[in-house]
Design a binder for this molecule. Structure first.
Ligand code: FMN
Length: 219
């Protein structure tokens, strides 16, 4: 089958688009408003853009009233945010933090997670999360969309400090992903988690390419 997304003439009970782009990592984004209210929300339209220096992005649609999301407002007003890694163990807190609540609500409290002070930025980190990136706002790209929620704000930030809990670093210097069990979004109301890992090397032995992909530390 095929369908035209302008018409959404797929004939299925549910729009299949998001299920065709899986699994998506979840950027659990913390911000603080200019008035000092702490905000936390998951974004699965989330990715790294590059690594040296590292940049990340997430795409926030408009809320159900057609307004910019609190996360975007806070970042554009304060210039800072934190990425927290969402994990299987934290799944209920991640879910709670997605509730559409007024900007006056402290969403760390709503989600029942602990604030850890950041080093370079004002927004707090989720203490229970194994990995957090402190980020400085770079730019918003606004893409027009259909309906109340269709328009999307693509927010780009530069990572200025990376936190990794020591207990999740293996003796050979890798991140222990199987112990962390990152949470990822599928389509519909479905999620997955990483519970298996396998390795493949690009043939040809191009050392620069292989070292780059592996992330081998420079001398
Ligand atoms: C796992 C998960 C992933 C989500 N991903 C996105 C996303 O990529 N973009 C988006 O606009 N909303 C996404 N949402 C919904 C937002 O988290 C939700 O609208 C939240 O209330 C936004 O909060 P804020 O207004 O405090 O920024 C997601 C929700 C969940 C549970």
């Amino acid at each position: 089958m095929y369908y035209d997304p302008e018409k959404n003439d797929h004939g299925l009970a549910f729009n299949p688009f998001k299920s065709c782009m899986v699994p998506r990592p979840i950027g659990w984004i913390s911000t603080v408003s200019p008035e000092g209210i702490h905000n936390l929300a998951p974004y699965s339209q989330f990715q790294n853009l590059t690594f040296d220096p590292p940049y990340v992005m997430f795409a926030a649609n408009q809320n159900t009233r057609g307004r910019r999301k609190d996360t975007v407002n806070n970042i554009e007003q304060t210039g800072e945010f934190v990425y927290n890694m969402a994990t299987y163990n934290l799944r209920e807190a991640v879910n709670w933090s997605a509730a559409e609540v007024p900007p006056e609500v402290d969403e760390f409290d709503l989600a029942g997670v602990t604030k850890a002070a950041s080093v370079r930025v004002k927004p707090c980190r989720v203490a229970e999360s194994p990995v957090q990136f402190e980020c400085c706002y770079h730019q918003t790209l606004r893409l027009p969309g259909k309906g109340i929620m269709g328009t999307v704000d693509v927010v780009i930030g530069k990572v200025v400090l990376v936190h990794i809990k020591d207990e999740f670093i293996t003796p050979d210097g890798r991140i222990d992903i199987l112990r962390i069990r990152p949470l990822a979004r599928l389509g519909y109301h479905d999620y997955t988690t990483i519970d298996s890992v396998f390795e493949m090397l690009i043939p040809g032995g191009n050392e620069a390419l292989l070292n780059g992909l592996e992330g081998r530390a420079e001398n």
